[in-house]
Structures are given as C-alpha cells and as structure tokens.
Design a protein around this ligand. Structure first.
Ligand SMILES: [Zn+2]
Ligand SMILES: [Zn+2]
Length: 293
C-alpha cells in the first residue's frame, strides 16, 4: 500500500482499509466503499446525517471540524494532551531508570572494593534489593501509565480505526507488565522477610520476569506500528521510516549488539528514546499552535 504523507495531498484515511482519500467532502471510500463520514472529534458521536455547518448534539463541537484532514493538529486538545503527557512519562521514566541502574552499579562497586564500607553498610543485601526494586517498580509504573496515555483512543475514530489493533495490543501488554512488576515486587518482599523462602522465590521471580519480557516484546512491535500511524498524521516522513526500520533494526541491535559490550542495546535504547522524544516535540509544537500549553 502506498502511504501518502505529503501534507498538501494528505487528506483523510479510510477507517476500514486505511487508503488515503483525497478531499474532505467524499462520503464513501473509493477503495473499499466504506463510509467516510467521521465521528465527532470531541466525543465520538456518529455524525452521519448531520449538517456540516451544525454543532455536535453531544458536545457542541462544530461538525465541520471533524471533517478536517486526519492530521493530529485537527484532533481534540484533550486527546493530544493525553498523548503529550504520556510521552513525557515514558521518556523521563526510562531516563530515571537508567540513572537508578547506574547508581546501583556504582554502589555495588564501592561496597565490593571497600570491606569497611560494606561492614558499616546500614541495610542488609535483601533489604537493599527490596528498596531498589520498589524504586524500580515506581518508575516502571510511570512508564506503563505513560503508554496507557499515549494509547488513548481518538474520539474521532473510535471503534472504526485500523490502528485500534496495535493500540489495544499495547494496552493489554501494559496491564500484563504492571501485574508482573507488582507480582515480582511482592515475591521479593516475601523473600526479604524469610531466607528459607528466598530460593523458591528466586524461581518464581524468574518466571514472572520471563512473562514480563514477553509482554514487553509484544508491546515493542505494536508500539512501532502505532508510532508509524501517529507519524503519518503529523506528518513526519522521517519518523515514519525510522519507526518502520526500527522494527527489525531494534531487535538486531539488541540481540547481536549484546555481544559487543552491551553497546547494541544501548544504541537501540538511544534510538528508541529519540523517536519518542521527536514525537513529543511535534505534539508540543501542535499544542503550542493550538494555544493549549
Ligand atoms: Zn476504504
Ligand atoms: Zn461531540
């Protein structure tokens, strides 16, 4: 399928077949014959049969606004603010997690290098593990809440959107990961209280971590598809191709690059963060233009 991103040509995307439909007056998609009458951009009300110069009976948004091209700048401010804050949560949450990991590594090096420091260290190993895991859990939750916000449904396309699949897959994966993170934290807390249980707990957390990892992998691919869909609507051709390329480049860097002093995963992480950051920057610009922030 040819994807048109040129803003002068780009008009609306058919919610059924995702063909680009030129002109905002088209009633049916020339590709699949599906309806091109939008839902209200403010509340999702079905606008079929309503005059173009009227107001939405539910939320009083001018009907004509919902017929505007599918670009993000034509969508409701409430929807855009959710995406914007969500991207902030994800980017800052990931950066804070990196800082936390570095902090733990530096602390462990100091403790191993200096027997005096480790003897006088106020917290037990199990206690320390619990503290760092609680901090890590909080940051993971921040990232997951961020993804939940980024995948807020667009009222204008609710129930009709092809992007609905990646969007919902991300949401399911996010819930699974939050549950896994919580289960792992509970297991570690139980293990910290009883050394007899600690060994069995280690097996349980390994299984939970494995499930968590699988959910993350699923989320990763869905997120790349979803970012492509959002990039089309900015429109940002570079971000679109970057997200598309990253679907294979990311895993390659992660798996192959892991053998090169972990440089591959680091590069993958930087590229991933840069894409999210770019998307957020676009949303900041759009929200500024709309006078919302
Ligand atoms: Zn169509
Ligand atoms: Zn409405």
């Amino acid at each position: 399928m040819v994807v048109h991103i040129d803003p002068t040509k780009y008009n609306r995307t058919c919610p059924r077949c995702q063909a680009t439909v030129h002109g905002t007056d088209v009633q049916t998609c020339p590709e699949c014959g599906g309806s091109m009458i939008p839902a209200c951009m403010g509340c999702g009300y079905d606008l079929a049969g309503l005059p173009r110069d009227g107001l939405c009976p539910e939320c009083a948004t001018p009907v004509e606004k919902s017929y505007a091209p599918d670009l993000l700048e034509n969508r409701s401010v409430a929807f855009l603010l959710q995406l914007h804050s969500g991207l902030g949560f994800v980017v800052w949450g990931i950066l804070a997690k990196i800082v936390l990991s570095l902090g733990i590594i530096i602390m462990l090096i100091i403790l191993m290098a200096s027997p005096i420091a480790s003897r006088n260290f106020p917290v037990s190993y199990a206690g320390l593990k619990l503290i760092t895991h609680t901090l890590g859990f909080g940051l993971s939750l921040l990232v997951l809440v961020g993804w939940w916000r980024i995948t807020t449904p667009d009222p204008a396309r609710v129930g009709t959107d092809l992007d609905i699949k990646p969007r919902q897959v991300i949401r399911v994966a996010v819930v699974l990961q939050a549950a896994a993170e919580l289960a792992a934290l509970v297991a570690i807390a139980i293990g910290a209280g009883s050394s007899a249980l600690a060994l069995g707990i280690a097996d349980v957390t390994a299984i939970i971590d494995f499930g968590n990892g699988l959910a993350w992998i699923v989320q990763f691919f869905a997120a790349m598809l979803y970012i492509q869909w959002l990039a089309r609507r900015i429109p940002d051709t570079k971000l679109y191709t970057d997200a598309r390329r990253f679907m294979w480049l990311g895993p390659v860097l992660y798996v192959v690059g892991a053998f090169c002093l972990m440089l591959g995963p680091l590069v993958a992480l930087i590229l991933y963060l840069m894409m999210l950051f770019t998307l957020r920057k676009h949303l900041t610009t759009i929200l500024h233009r709309l006078g919302a922030i």
